[in-house]
Ligand binder design. Structure first.
Ligand SMILES: Cc1cc2nc3c(=O)[nH]c(=O)nc-3n(C[C@H](O)[C@H](O)[C@H](O)COP(=O)(O)O)c2cc1C
Length: 186
């Protein structure tokens, strides 16, 4: 089983990148092949239907499309902006959704987030489910919001709290089982 793992932040010191950098090796440990991508590989302009009609998908969107197509599922760590999904990720979903067949269709997704707040970005994850499910993705029912992200990681990048690490492992385990079951269904 192959997964695309991505933190949807361009920030050099992104907390969500720290989270995906823990989640991706855990998924590997649990048997998945993981393509750990950088969001900066997929920069693209603000969606413009005229630009798409004139030139097709932006190069960044084409690159993301190819990486999604090559995977069975996605691990997405997404910052919460203003109680919702971050604009850069929503823009990327909008661009990629214009491809045919829609690359998101039939893929699975596990949504993760972290922020310095007490909710850990979970409100943004609920919003992120909508465009992904609208595009035909099986979004895993369990999600992984990590509160107080600024204090959650050691300087080496591990999760400070072993119980939180264990919860993440179990969440990924459940997601991999669901992805496997869907793949077996064909
Ligand atoms: C435009 C903007 C809006 C934000 N809104 C929220 C919010 O609604 N809830 C929250 O917990 N954090 C919010 N934050 C703080 C981000 O969660 C925090 O900066 C986080 O570290 C961003 O993710 P990153 O570290 O992966 O870049 C916001 C940050 C920005 C830049």
């Amino acid at each position: 089983m192959k997964l695309l793992a991505l933190a949807a932040s361009l920030r050099a010191d992104s907390l969500n990148r720290r989270l995906i950098n823990v989640a991706a090796p855990l998924a590997r440990e649990l048997g998945a092949e993981v393509d750990l991508a950088e969001f900066s590989e997929f920069t693209m302009p603000i969606f413009d239907g005229d630009a798409q009609a004139a030139s097709g998908l932006a190069p960044g969107a084409l690159a993301l499309k190819a990486r999604i197509e090559a995977a069975d599922g996605m691990l997405i760590a997404s910052p919460e902006y203003n109680y919702s999904v971050g604009g850069p990720l929503k823009n990327a979903i909008d661009w990629v959704s214009r491809a045919r067949p829609v690359p998101f269709r039939g893929k699975t997704a596990l949504l993760l987030s972290t922020s310095n707040g007490a909710f850990g970005g979970v409100r943004g994850l609920w919003q992120l489910r909508i465009p992904l499910e609208g595009c035909g993705t099986f979004v895993h029912p369990d999600m992984f919001p990590l509160p107080f992200g600024g204090k959650a990681f050691t300087p080496e990048g591990a999760l400070v709290d072993p119980a939180v690490h264990q919860r993440l492992r179990q969440t990924i385990e459940g997601f991999l089982s669901a992805t496997k079951a869907l793949a077996a269904r064909g």
